[in-house]
Design a protein around this ligand. Structure first.
Ligand code: XUL
Ligand code: CO
Length: 438
């Protein structure tokens, strides 16, 4: 039985196509910079947005029907219907990865032992479904923010009992990730932060989070998990202040606590913009630290102050993202659409249109980023911009072989410094446009 019976396998038809159920740019076998598009862009479906969330927001209930034919939601029958729907969906779009939280897969019971039995049952079912397909897990994670016990955080909680539940959930989610062939394991610290410093011991909480992460690494490695652990930074929401504010903060934390060999960043576009950065900024900061691991592909709304998780549509942003990814030599992770349909886009077709939009946007971004690099004018400009450092003195400074006295003597000899070369922002932006729209 198929759930999406009116939807065909989505073909590539090219930019001239007017068929809404066809890719215009995502041509999986097209080779760009020596690699197939499908290899550059390991796309993933987020179980939570695509199979669980049905439009409920702060002011209204579900608009979409995500029962997928199950008579009652919140049952194991429904959990299996979600698996069936998810696999049909991924196969029709040619998506080879999925991401999940433990509680996206099954309804959480009052007793963790029962929840874990349900997780065993559903993961057996998923494993069975995976056979004969190329589909596997990109990354798994534990939801340590929805259940009321995590109101004060998971690793950062004030309750030692709650901390043990966080540990237990991570252990199980790691088991599932390994069982389903996951490339990575994510920590998103939605409630790892504070509402007020009047009741919070920040140092104590951060030490406990790091300890939990160390235990996760030890356990993961002991069961054969060879992939990367990721921190997914986000500055706020649901907490007023979250510890993993942005890439720079999270990288500093990992280095401070000796976790930097096992962890990389999972950068989400809308989280970077909430931190007051561009998406490209957090990608660059991760990349220059050797920690650009995976991407949560979405976009926010500049007029709103929260995480809107929209499907990526902005080709400028996607191009800048893919520019960073190509310069990074790719990702060890992939591109997870941590994105949801707008609430009034509630039909099954809308689910497909959303992914077609997202996949085409990133495919176009990849094509254009490769063209920008091939064009070479931007790289050449950057090289020229720093060319004064090729001088003997510049090289000496770079080698850390100078002193302030020596440099001050040089400045005194000059009397005044010439203005540095122009930044040429408008010239570069116009190159960007000429490549984007050629
Ligand atoms: C929330 C968010 C999460 C993480 C996984 O903003 O992005 O869904 O990606 O917990
Ligand atoms: Co995310």
């Amino acid at each position: 039985m198929t759930v999406f019976k009116d939807i065909p396998v989505i073909p590539y038809e090219g930019p001239e196509s007017k068929n809404p159920l066809a890719f215009k740019y995502y041509d999986k076998d097209r080779v760009i910079c020596g690699k197939k598009m499908s290899e550059h862009l390991p796309f993933a479906m987020a179980w939570w947005h695509n199979l669980c969330a049905a439009g409920t927001d702060m002011f209204g209930r579900d608009t979409a029907d995500k029962s997928f034919g199950a008579p009652e939601k919140g049952t194991m029958e429904h959990a299996k219907a979600k698996v069936d729907a998810g696999f049909e969906f991924m196969e029709k779009l040619g998506i080879e990865y999925f991401c999940f939280h433990d509680v996206d897969l099954v309804p959480e019971a009052d007793d963790i032992n029962v929840t874990n039995q349900r997780l065993d049952e559903i993961s057996d079912y998923i494993l069975e479904k995976m056979k004969g397909t190329n589909i596997r897990c990109l990354w798994g994670t534990a939801n340590m923010f929805s259940n009321p016990r995590f109101m004060n955080g998971a690793g950062s909680t004030n309750s030692v009992d709650v901390y043990t539940f966080a540990a237990a959930q991570i252990k199980k989610a790691l088991d599932l990730t390994v069982k389903l062939g996951g490339r990575g394991y994510v920590f998103w610290g939605g409630r790892e932060g504070y509402e007020t410093l009047l009741n919070t011991d920040v140092k104590f909480e951060q030490e406990n989070i790091a300890n939990l992460m160390h235990m996760a690494v030890d356990y993961g490695r002991s069961i054969g998990f060879t992939g990367d652990f990721y921190i997914e930074p986000k500055p706020k929401e649901p907490m007023k202040h979250q510890y993993d504010f942005d890439a720079a903060t999270a990288i500093g934390f990992l280095r401070q606590y000796g976790l930097d060999k096992d962890f990389k960043m999972n950068i989400e576009a809308n989280h970077a913009t909430l931190a007051g950065h561009t998406f490209q900024h957090d990608l660059r900061i991760s990349a220059i630290n050797g920690m650009l691991g995976s991407i949560d592909a979405n976009q926010g709304d500049t007029l709103l102050g929260w995480d809107t998780d929209e499907f990526p549509f902005d080709v400028y942003e996607a191009t800048k993202c893919m520019y960073e990814v190509l310069k990074n030599g790719g990702l060890t992770g992939g591109f997870n659409f941590d994105s949801k349909n707008r609430r009034p886009s509630y039909t099954a077709e809308d689910m497909f249109y959303a992914f077609i939009l997202g996949m085409d946007t990133f495919a176009l971004g990849l094509i254009k980023a490769a063209e920008l690099i091939e064009d070479g004018r931007i790289d050449a400009f950057i090289e020229e911009r720093y060319s004064s450092w090729n001088s003997e003195l510049g090289q000496k400074i770079r080698r850390h072989e100078t002193t302030l006295e020596e440099l001050a003597a040089h400045a005194a000899e000059l009397g005044n410094a010439k203005l540095p070369g122009s930044g040429r922002q408008e010239y570069l932006e116009s190159i960007f446009n000429s490549v984007l729209f050629k």
